[in-house]
Design a protein around this ligand. Structure first.
Ligand code: ZN
Length: 156
């Protein structure tokens, strides 16, 4: 079976029903089968669907972005961080490796900076409302790049 590209619309909500993200009003989101561009549970459900089909997919935190790790919530002195403008929302990578966690400043107080290295969606059970818009075979370009390209050709 050739690898497929599935384009779908999604609305992501948390368990309180708050919308966290959505593709509605934009191009449908294309995903290349098998490379785990998206949460595996969601990909597995999409692969069972047909064009035009809608579904609600529930993904518990453990299968999404994991539980909150308290060890990734740290407090440092302002002078341990690089010079420059630091404010709530500023992000730092912990090391040089792209796999190192990204820390976000959550609070600043009297020369102390509170950092959180958890994914913003850690600890959240996620609810995806999805609709499959298109299913096609992947192109050679997509297979070589290891990701799907959008309707307008090449998006990176
Ligand atoms: Zn590409």
């Amino acid at each position: 079976m050739p690898q497929k590209v599935i384009s779908f619309h999604y609305t992501l909500k948390n368990t309180k029903g708050e919308v966290l993200d959505s593709s509605i009003g934009q191009e449908p989101f294309p995903v290349l089968e098998g490379v785990r561009q998206i949460i595996p549970t969601l990909e597995d459900e999409l692969l069972k669907m047909n064009v035009g089909e809608k579904k609600q997919v529930f993904v518990p935190a453990d299968k999404a972005y994991g539980q909150v790790n308290e060890k990734l919530r740290v407090k440092v002195n302002r002078d341990q961080l690089p010079e420059g403008d630091i404010q709530v929302g500023t992000q730092f990578r912990a090391g040089q490796d792209p796999k190192d966690p990204v820390f976000t400043v959550t609070k600043m107080e009297e020369g102390e900076v509170f950092l959180d290295g958890n994914h913003p969606l850690a600890g959240e059970d996620l609810q995806f409302d999805v609709e499959v818009i298109d299913i096609r075979e992947a192109t050679q370009d997509e297979l070589q790049h290891g990701h799907a390209h959008g309707a307008g050709g090449h998006h990176h």
